[in-house]
Unconditional design. Structure first.
Ligand code: GLU
Length: 304
């Protein structure tokens, strides 16, 4: 059952899809802002989806904090927020469809058994090894496009060997649906035309392309944004103390301005003192994805 109507006349619908494992940090603000500006410049819609598919990873109240933070930075979304924890029936019916078509299969193997192979060698493709054991469900990577390919607006056409990707897990042994399946089903059922997100998610895109093909879904456009990195060159994350987002007016203005800089939009320095509404209006008037440096990393501003 398709829960959301997909309007085929929508020219641009984009989304920000945070996992509420904690409050947003500066790196996630940059991803949110990039996807917001890209959508607004195109006269498009910008939706928010809370990817709380893995409840143990999502502390109570974190999603509400994330939404409050977006509001505080003036990032107003269209449509209703979609919560992945409510979407299990949609994911299950997509999985059932793949299984019926012989494109997905149950797998009882443990990582320990295949660790030395690098990627899972597909032993259960021809029948589950141990039907009594808990099973994960995997996508057959050997029946799709070869090589797998997709276009990124910044990086151009990227090609992948499906054998090197392996048979991605769609549902885990603990019965939770995997991010790859959830994101593909939701992007399609919500009618997303554009995926703008951080470069850290680039490695997932080939699997998502495979899944879109297997499910007969349309192909969204992709833009992977250069990442903001910490001083040590690592991706910003809660673990390496990414700058937390401010909740005071002065801090919010400065961080929004810093996010425009991180996206290579070269805002005029006086904009740093303007309220979010004005900064976003400037961003919409000036946004150019072509200005994004293709170098995958840039340093984070210092926390003030
Ligand atoms: N939920 C993912 C994250 O927070 C992002 C998913 C996506 O944009 O496709 O990293």
């Amino acid at each position: 059952m398709v829960l959301m109507e997909t309007d085929t006349h929508i020219r641009y619908r984009g989304r920000f899809a945070p996992t509420p494992s904690g409050p947003l940090h500066f790196g996630s603000l940059v991803a949110a802002l990039g996807s917001y500006l890209d959508a607004r410049v195109a006269g498009g819609e910008w939706w928010v989806r809370i990817e709380d598919i893995d409840p143990p990873r999502c502390p109570q109240g974190a999603a509400a904090t994330v939404l409050r933070q977006l509001e505080a930075f003036g990032l107003e979304w269209d449509g209703k927020v979609l919560w992945q924890h409510r979407r299990a029936p949609a994911y299950q019916s997509a999985l059932d469809r793949l299984v019926e078509q012989g494109l997905a299969y149950a797998c009882s193997c443990s990582r320990k058994q295949w660790r030395n192979y690098g990627v899972y060698p597909g032993w259960c493709r021809s029948g589950v090894g141990n039907a009594e054991a808990p099973c994960a469900w995997r996508l057959r990577s050997d029946l799709g496009e070869h090589p797998a390919r997709f276009d990124d607006r910044l990086l151009g056409t990227l090609t992948f060997d499906p054998a090197a990707l392996g048979d991605v897990v769609l549902k885990r042994k603990d019965e939770l649906f995997a991010y790859q399946l959830a994101v593909v089903v939701d992007d399609a059922e919500q009618g997303m035309t554009d995926v703008v997100r951080g470069m850290d998610l680039l490695d997932n895109t080939p699997w998502q392309r495979q899944l879109q093909r297997a499910l007969g879904y349309p192909r969204p456009r992709y833009l992977h944004l250069p990442l903001v990195v910490a001083d040590n060159g690592q991706k910003l994350s809660k673990q390496n103390l990414a700058p937390t987002l401010a909740d005071d007016e002065r801090g919010i203005r400065q961080q929004l301005f810093d996010a425009l800089i991180a996206l290579d939009q070269a805002p005029p320095s006086e904009l740093a003192h303007s309220p979010p509404r004005e900064q976003l209006a400037w961003g919409i008037a000036h946004w150019s994805a072509a200005r994004l440096a293709t170098a995958p990393t840039r340093p984070a501003p210092q926390e003030s």
